[in-house]
Design a protein around this ligand. Structure first.
Ligand SMILES: *[C@@H]1O[C@H](CO)[C@@H](O)[C@H](O)[C@H]1NC(C)=O
Ligand SMILES: *[C@@H]1O[C@H](CO)[C@@H](O)[C@H](O)[C@H]1NC(C)=O
Ligand SMILES: *[C@@H]1O[C@H](CO)[C@@H](O)[C@H](O)[C@H]1NC(C)=O
Ligand SMILES: *[C@@H]1O[C@H](CO)[C@@H](O)[C@H](O)[C@H]1NC(C)=O
Ligand SMILES: *[C@@H]1O[C@H](CO)[C@@H](O)[C@H](O)[C@H]1NC(C)=O
Ligand SMILES: *[C@@H]1O[C@H](CO)[C@@H](O)[C@H](O)[C@H]1NC(C)=O
Ligand SMILES: *[C@@H]1O[C@H](CO)[C@@H](O)[C@H](O)[C@H]1NC(C)=O
Length: 480
């Protein structure tokens, strides 16, 4: 089910007049575009993805700087997998100007959407991005005001969901970064067994798995159709939440199958791999997604790994770590003084940690001076100090070690986790509530995080990293 989108992907560029719209006059039902989602695609591109009931021969996007949509891009990527009721369509718009608003519409759509392209690498103006981890479907098939047997932490009546909270502040950030565990469609077994949804039906070929997944993509469309929605792999993209009995699990939930097909992260543009590892520049920051699930020594989701997901590997041995080193070594810190990395599983956190992840990734993140590391996986918020090899440094004093923020509090059917007291020595603040993080990169010296409690959309934690990334010849106007 592997599809590769690369520069070689057939992208026909023509004027709208030259293009032959697919099935003109039949733009209803099966080819109506749903679940529209964007992702950055290099400095001058934007990936547009959407789902349809029927396969498209030439997924097509009309776009332009105004509502006339005078340009068109196409691909031949329209894929599905067993147990899915939809096709995943992917088109990359290229040749875009940085930090510029465009209008776009997938073929047969009845809404013209708009997005703003990435800030030019090296542009030294303040911006914010949203980070969320471990966010599932909300509503009757996911997290709501009631729970089934064995689940906990329902929403209180009147609480905003994390999607609603993110939507309410959509004007305040450039993009969303969801660092693993999307939808929690694999919770269908738990939900059915817990009597939360019925019936408990093991012979419907994963109908409920597919329904929860579609609920999720419908729900985030409000976010993902207007802002890039960047994602990384989490264990729930490969999980069969029933111990090791894989017999009840549908193909879409195993081996990252649905995840690999739904997204189009900028790996082709950054030498990475599919939606597993990739990087992109945005203004003052080089962003790097790495994969804590497979493709490094003793990776938890690989056969024999502690996660028991029996997934991957997806690349030759050593490929991910070699890519990460090469990617970080190539960063021009004059252009992008900040480097922010994210991977799903944490190793500094007040509960069970991923020691294999620490062994694989921490030495590289330290060696290349990564400023900030974001994790999810544990269902609470924990802000740490800057840390290297378990030794802390304070974030206000130009630390040389990476700063760590764990936020897997997006919210899903199964509720929140309880951190273990006493908290680890690196811990600086713990909040057990649903929420997401707003990061603001002010300039070459200050980077602030805020934890936003979703329920009432209020700021529950704030902290600022202060580093000396300012150099007079960087064109950033900062003092040395
Ligand atoms: C677009 O079409 C969909 C599906 O038919 C419909 O639900 C929606 O209301 C329409 N939106 C507009 C703005 O026409
Ligand atoms: C389970 O799903 C199958 C296949 O869709 C259907 O035929 C059957 O009636 C369902 N059973 C129950 C109890 O709903
Ligand atoms: C889940 O696992 C348990 C034991 O781990 C097994 O008894 C059960 O049959 C499995 N399947 C389902 C659908 O629960
Ligand atoms: C998962 O997918 C990868 C890549 O296609 C493949 O190498 C591996 O064998 C698959 N694992 C399982 C358990 O199917
Ligand atoms: C950090 O501490 C953990 C837990 O105590 C330990 O397993 C690990 O070996 C330590 N790592 C280093 C680099 O000291
Ligand atoms: C907002 O929600 C948080 C918990 O998420 C709670 O501690 C706080 O008191 C609430 N604030 C207001 C103003 O309701
Ligand atoms: C950088 O931003 C911080 C936070 O807004 C501000 O306090 C500081 O003065 C700024 N520094 C420069 C050199 O602009």
């Amino acid at each position: 089910m592997l599809f590769q989108l690369s520069a070689a992907t057939a992208l026909a560029f023509a004027t709208a007049a030259q293009a032959a719209p697919e099935n003109l006059g039949q733009c209803t039902g099966g080819i109506f575009p749903t679940q529209i989602r964007l992702a950055y695609a290099g400095d001058h591109g934007m990936a547009v993805s959407w789902n349809t009931k029927l396969q498209l021969t030439h997924p097509t996007v009309y776009f332009g700087k105004d509502q006339r949509l005078n340009r068109v891009a196409q691909s031949d990527v329209s894929t599905t997998y067993p147990s899915s009721s939809t096709y995943n369509n992917h088109v990359v718009l290229t040749g875009l100007e940085p930090n510029t608003a465009y209008f776009y519409k997938p073929n047969c759509g009845n809404v013209t959407y708009t997005f703003t392209t990435a800030r030019r690498p090296g542009q030294k103006t303040e911006f914010s991005f949203a980070m969320v981890g471990d966010m599932g479907t909300f509503g009757p098939d996911g997290l709501s005001t009631t729970v089934g047997k064995g689940a906990a932490n329902p929403l209180k009546p009147g609480d905003l969901t994390t999607v609603q909270s993110l939507a309410a502040r959509q004007g305040s950030y450039d993009f969303v970064w969801h660092v693993g565990d999307l939808a929690y469609a694999d919770a269908w077994i738990k939900e059915e067994k817990g009597g939360y949804v019925s019936p408990y039906n093991l012979t419907d070929n994963g109908a409920e798995y597919d329904r929860i997944l579609n609920d999720f993509y419908d729900e985030i469309e409000e976010l993902s159709s207007g802002k890039p929605y960047m994602v990384g792999p989490g264990n729930h993209e490969a999980n069969c939440d029933n111990g090791s009995d894989l017999s009840v699990c549908v193909p879409g939930q195993l081996n990252f199958t649905g995840y690999r097909q739904h997204w189009n992260m900028p790996s082709a543009e950054s030498g990475g791999l599919e939606n597993f590892w990739y990087s992109f520049d945005h203004g003052m920051v080089h962003f790097v997604m790495f994969n804590t699930e497979t493709d490094f020594p003793n990776a938890p989701d690989e056969p024999g790994g502690e996660g028991a997901e029996n997934a991957g590997p997806f690349a030759p041995t050593g490929a991910q770590l070699a890519w990460l080193k090469k990617d970080l070594a190539a960063v021009d810190r004059k252009k992008t003084p900040w480097v922010v990395a994210a991977g799903h599983r944490p190793w500094y956190v007040s509960t069970t940690v991923c020691t294999e992840c620490q062994a694989a990734f921490e030495p590289i993140l330290i060696e290349y001076g990564v400023d900030l590391v974001l994790h999810g996986h544990k269902h609470f918020y924990e802000r740490h100090a800057a840390v290297a090899n378990n030794v802390t440094q304070e974030i206000t004093n130009n630390p040389t070690a990476p700063w760590y923020v764990v936020n897997g509090a997006g919210g899903h059917y199964d509720g929140l986790d309880t951190p273990s007291a006493p908290y680890v020595s690196t811990s600086r603040d713990v909040i057990v509530a649903y929420g997401w993080s707003l990061f603001t990169v002010h300039n070459c010296s200050h980077l602030t995080t805020q934890f936003i409690g979703s329920a009432n959309n209020t700021i529950l934690d704030t902290a600022t990293l202060i580093k000396d990334h300012c150099h007079p010849d960087d064109g950033d106007g900062c003092p040395v």
